[in-house]
Design a protein around this ligand. Structure first.
Ligand SMILES: Nc1ncnc2c1ncn2[C@@H]1O[C@H](COP(=O)(O)OP(=O)(O)O)[C@@H](O)[C@H]1O
Ligand SMILES: NC(=O)OP(=O)(O)O
Length: 312
């Protein structure tokens, strides 16, 4: 049975800003889990990873606003809350979907810590957008009042950005492997994992958000997966993206993809980490491949009928 790590992006998890209710998010996740159930029904051994940018940003705001009533939780704890919240909805929705298809597989979320380097340069240069979108005026006001770094995010508005250090080690990896090898569907490295710093054999939480695509690559390598599938909002990766001569890519070698990346075809905050994760996974061992595809074409992407395939 081929082992597949699926990394879910924002459109698989969240409703628009105007509909950031629990009910609306559960509806989006219910749709997502239909696609995941299709993959399981095809006979793949599935491991699920996901992002958390919008969700962790909102949890931080909720804690800030309530601080006068009850103490705000620190950033790393908010990351853990986001894993629990998304994992809960996915467990419920995917569990229901599998049962309705007569598939007997337990679904479990692992609260996952991921070790990062305390000296990672990313701590000095925040890049990961979190939380809701703001107008320029709102963003300037927040930056002034709270000292947050606010940046324009892909033409969609302004967002807070936080540090995004490189994932080094998944702390709970042995638990993940044991569950995966015993017929469980595991949801792990949610939001890229809760970033923790290791000193003198002890772990402590860091105020950051790890990129879920890079954490998924680590997860796919550590679990000896055959395929890393990165699901996002576009059917294929393109060169000259958004230009009149845009060209979608179907099958590309890691070397060619590196060349395109060096030529600047992939936006740093969005497509570039996916492409890097895909290249590094495809190069990590002969026979491994990565696919970047849209959520609604997940099953077709695994059959090589959709998405951009990166393989040596
Ligand atoms: N070269 C490219 N090819 C395809 N999409 C690109 C490219 N560069 C930037 N993008 C944008 O990146 C988006 C995916 O990044 P993002 O929305 O951050 O991912 P996620 O689904 O993980 O939240 C696509 O929907 C597309 O708008
Ligand atoms: N942690 C993370 O990569 O989240 P997003 O995919 O929501 O940006």
């Amino acid at each position: 049975m081929e082992k597949v790590v699926v990394a879910l992006g924002g459109n698989a998890l969240q409703a628009p800003d105007s509909l950031a209710t629990a009910e609306a998010q559960l509806e989006v996740i219910k749709t997502t889990t239909v696609y995941l159930a299709d993959i399981i029904e095809e006979g793949y051994n599935l491991i699920v990873a996901h992002g958390n940018g919008p969700q962790v940003g909102r949890i931080v705001i909720q804690n800030e606003v309530a601080d006068s009533v009850t103490p705000a939780m620190p950033f790393d704890v908010c990351g853990a809350m986001s894993q629990g919240m998304i994992g809960y909805h996915m467990q419920q929705a995917l569990g229901d979907e599998l049962r309705s298809r007569g598939i007997n597989k337990p679904v479990a979320t692992i609260v996952t810590q991921v070790v990062v380097d305390k000296d990672d340069d990313a701590f000095k240069n925040p890049t990961k957008p979190i939380g809701p979108f703001y107008t320029k005026e709102e963003a300037d006001k927040i930056a002034e009042e709270k000292g947050y770094v606010m940046v324009e995010d892909s033409g969609r508005g302004y967002r807070r950005v936080v540090a995004s250090p490189t994932p080094q080690r998944i702390v709970e990896i042995e638990t993940v492997k044991t569950l995966v090898n015993n017929n469980n569907i595991v949801i792990t490295v949610g939001g890229g994992g809760i970033p923790v710093i290791e000193e003198d054999g002890k772990l402590s939480g860091a105020a950051a958000v790890i990129d879920k695509d890079l954490a998924s690559q680590r997860l796919a390598e550590d679990t000896d997966a055959d395929i890393l599938v990165i699901l996002t909002g576009v059917p294929r990766v393109a060169i000259n993206f958004g230009k009149p001569d845009q060209k979608e890519l179907d099958v590309v070698t890691p070397e060619k993809m590196r060349q395109y990346a060096a030529e600047g075809h992939f936006a740093p905050g969005s497509m570039l980490p996916k492409v890097i994760a895909a290249i590094e996974f495809a190069e990590s061992k002969p026979g491994r491949k990565a696919v970047i595809a849209s959520l609604d074409k997940a099953k077709e992407a695994l059959k090589g009928e959709s998405g951009t395939i990166i393989e040596a």
